[in-house]
Design a protein around this ligand. Structure first.
Ligand SMILES: C[S@@+](CC[C@H](N)C(=O)[O-])C[C@H]1O[C@@H](n2cnc3c(N)ncnc32)[C@H](O)[C@@H]1O
Ligand SMILES: C[S@@+](CC[C@H](N)C(=O)[O-])C[C@H]1O[C@@H](n2cnc3c(N)ncnc32)[C@H](O)[C@@H]1O
Ligand code: SF4
Length: 375
């Protein structure tokens, strides 16, 4: 039987020591979860998929949640388990998300010894009032310290995750945070505009008027981010992502380019030959299903051509490579001269790129370029 190749693997580790009020990813405190059973379950899930799929990962990404919430022995079992089951001769990136206070020097050294090539550190902000509003339990100094621990352990590439346009965050506060980030010389920076997500405390507090949204502040913070980071030598290669030359995230780039990927763990999603499926968002149930050798999938759909195209447009438009002109339907091509006259886009013979003026309007421009769903 011909088994198709998948080159990108995602593992969802749903544990956080404390749950942040703005975050809608599937996660929970470890509580009384049997961590050893969870590690067994996720390795078992991999084995089940290997009956159908030929997995030769170029990238492996541990997200969550907070993967570094796992103990050293569980991290070791998990990564050794992957090494035993997978052909890793093509592996170029093994990335793990971490947050401050979950990485001791011993854990950082272990990660390096296990072959981790990149750590993405969730810092979010560098000032105490913003960290307090975000419900983060680390102080600014502790994030700096964790960064140095990772550097000193010799992890090859480090990313910082930051969020901007948070209520009460002035442009000066955000800019000072960017300067502090740059002083650490990270390889990569992800800077996300705060969004109010479904089923979060923050959305409720936004709806009662306690937490505001401000488009001028969004645009000012984003524009300053682009100017400062580009001046410091970082490529703005995706709306929320900046990298030193040669330091882009290969895993995330594969998503944006439309590659197939397999996601393991509760709530993980996967895409294979235009079929997308999603795992159950319930760790206890996930562990139970896998202890019975049952796949933990709860939803699966075949993406229509139009769904696929809409997603390609939305994602490609966010990247420095730009949107392939072949994706633009004749029925909407008449928008291009207008967008050009407004200096929002720049066209090459093959691609459409956002200009500096167009970048903050990425979502509106994507809407203009996506054809309406046929009725
Ligand atoms: C799933 S989290 C994992 C990182 C890690 N657990 C941490 O927070 O320290 C990935 C990133 O998504 C971003 N994020 C989460 N919720 C967000 C929101 N509501 N708006 C914007 N960015 C958000 C944060 O920057 C966060 O670091
Ligand atoms: C918001 S991005 C942050 C990337 C980070 N800025 C970096 O450059 O490494 C990562 C988050 O997206 C989610 N995620 C990524 N791939 C996923 C997948 N296949 N299934 C479910 N969630 C996924 C996870 O919650 C993960 O923590
Ligand atoms: S932002 Fe990170 S630490 Fe906070 S709840 Fe979400 S996954 Fe956990």
């Amino acid at each position: 039987m011909h088994r198709s190749l998948i080159q990108h693997l995602y593992l969802h580790i749903p544990f956080c020591h404390r749950v942040c009020p703005y975050c809608s990813f599937y996660k929970h405190t470890p509580g009384n979860t049997d961590m050893a059973a969870f590690v067994d379950a996720i390795l078992n899930e991999l084995t089940l998929h290997q009956r159908q799929l030929d997995l030769r990962p170029k990238t492996i990404y541990f997200g969550g949640g907070t993967p570094t919430a796992l103990s050293r022995s569980h991290l070791t079992t998990l990564i050794h388990g992957l090494r035993q089951r997978l052909d890793l001769s093509d592996l170029q990136e093994l990335c793990l998300e971490a947050n401050p206070k979950t990485v001791s020097p011993a854990k950082a050294t272990l990660l390096r010894d296990l072959g981790v090539t990149r750590v993405s550190l969730g810092v979010q902000a560098w000032d105490q009032p913003t960290l307090t509003l975000l419900g983060r339990d680390h102080a600014p100094d502790e994030a700096t310290e964790t960064f140095h621990i990772l550097r000193d352990a010799g992890i090859p590439a480090l990313n910082l995750d930051l969020m901007f346009s948070i209520p009460h965050q002035t442009l000066d506060i955000w800019t000072a945070g960017l300067h502090h980030s740059l002083s650490l010389k990270p390889d990569h920076l992800s800077c996300y505009n705060l969004t109010y997500e479904e089923d979060t405390d923050f959305l409720q507090r936004h709806q009662t008027g306690e937490l505001d949204q401000n488009q001028d502040r969004d645009a000012d913070h984003f524009g300053t981010t682009i100017d400062l980071l580009e001046a410091a030598g970082y490529e703005h290669y995706e709306t929320s992502n900046f990298a030193l030359p040669g330091r882009r995230s290969l895993h995330n780039q594969a998503y944006w380019q439309g590659a197939d990927y397999l996601g393991l763990g509760p709530s993980a999603s996967s895409t294979h030959q235009r079929t997308r499926w999603k795992n159950i968002s319930d760790t206890t149930r996930y562990n139970e299903l896998l202890s019975q050798n049952r796949v933990p999938i709860v939803e699966s759909e075949d993406l229509t051509d139009n769904q696929w195209l809409m997603e390609r447009i939305a994602l490609e438009l966010r990247t420095a490579e730009g949107l392939s002109l072949s994706r633009i339907a004749p029925s909407i091509a008449h928008w291009l001269p207008t967008l050009q006259t407004e200096n929002l886009i720049h066209l090459t013979p093959t691609h459409l790129h956002l200009t500096r003026e167009g970048k903050p309007l990425v979502d509106q421009i994507a809407e203009t370029l996506i054809p309406e769903e046929p009725k």
